[in-house]
Ligand binder design. Structure first.
Ligand SMILES: Nc1nc2c(ncn2[C@@H]2O[C@H](COP(=O)(O)OP(=O)(O)O)[C@@H](O)[C@H]2O)c(=O)[nH]1
Ligand SMILES: [Mg+2]
Length: 206
């Protein structure tokens, strides 16, 4: 039985609730919204476009769509703000063509104003982890110490994984960035990656 059923037809009696402000009229209040630019970086083919696609549409597209230049997608996530209130982080997600040459040309424009980064490598390709250091250095040269979460992607390809936890710690430990293992194919940890980044962004803007 709902509250409406229980109270319908009853004579209202005076009580504590009479002195409280009316809460049940209109839609619930929306959380405060902050808009933030976030970027994905990392070598070509590590799965940046697929991770964004999975996060935004909830699906995986096997047919590889090459990213031309840079594309922008938007999605909001709700996280708990520093004062305990819900905050909506409206993310403008930038995806680039993953070549270092492209990064050199457009680094400033691409990273400028970014408040968080997902640095992606491929668990089945050791070189993509080693090269991530250069990507992160390039980022920090441009925008300074913004929150970065590293993602070891393609976790579903269990029999092809080349990068173990020790190698990850050796390369990324000195950079001091958290690491998550993801699969754009199964969706494992993809939502967590973007939410983790949003949390880092909210922490930074305190
Ligand atoms: N098995 C598997 N394949 C993936 C995953 N993520 C991406 N791929 C594939 O890897 C290739 C490159 O992905 P893409 O998102 O275009 O990489 P990008 O160049 O970093 O944007 C494509 O063939 C994808 O289908 C994953 O998590 N698991
Ligand atoms: Mg791409």
């Amino acid at each position: 039985m709902s509250l409406m059923d229980r109270t319908a037809g009853q004579t209202p009696s005076r009580g504590v609730s009479d002195s409280l402000p009316i809460q049940d009229s209109g839609p619930p209040p929306s959380p405060e919204v902050i808009k933030r630019k976030v970027c994905l970086l990392g070598e070509q083919f590590v799965g940046k476009t697929s991770l964004i696609h999975r996060f935004v549409t909830g699906s995986f597209d096997e047919s590889y769509i090459r990213t031309l230049g840079a594309t922008v997608t938007k999605k909001a996530v709700d996280v708990c703000g520093p004062d305990g209130h819900l905050l909506r982080v409206d993310m403008m997600i930038l995806d680039i063509m993953g070549k270092q040459t492209f990064l050199q040309l457009f680094k400033d424009a691409y990273f400028s104003g970014a408040k968080g980064v997902l640095a992606v490598f491929d668990l089945t390709c050791k070189g993509s982890l080693e090269n991530l250091v250069r990507w992160v250095d390039g980022l920090r040269d441009t925008v300074g110490p913004i929150p970065v979460v590293a993602l070891g992607n393609k976790l579903d390809l269990t029999d092809r994984i080349e990068v173990d936890d020790r190698a990850i710690a050796a390369v990324l430990g000195p950079l001091g960035i958290p690491v998550l293992k993801t699969s754009a194919k199964t969706g494992e940890n993809v939502e967590e990656a973007f939410i983790g980044l949003a949390r880092g962004i909210v922490e930074e803007s305190r």
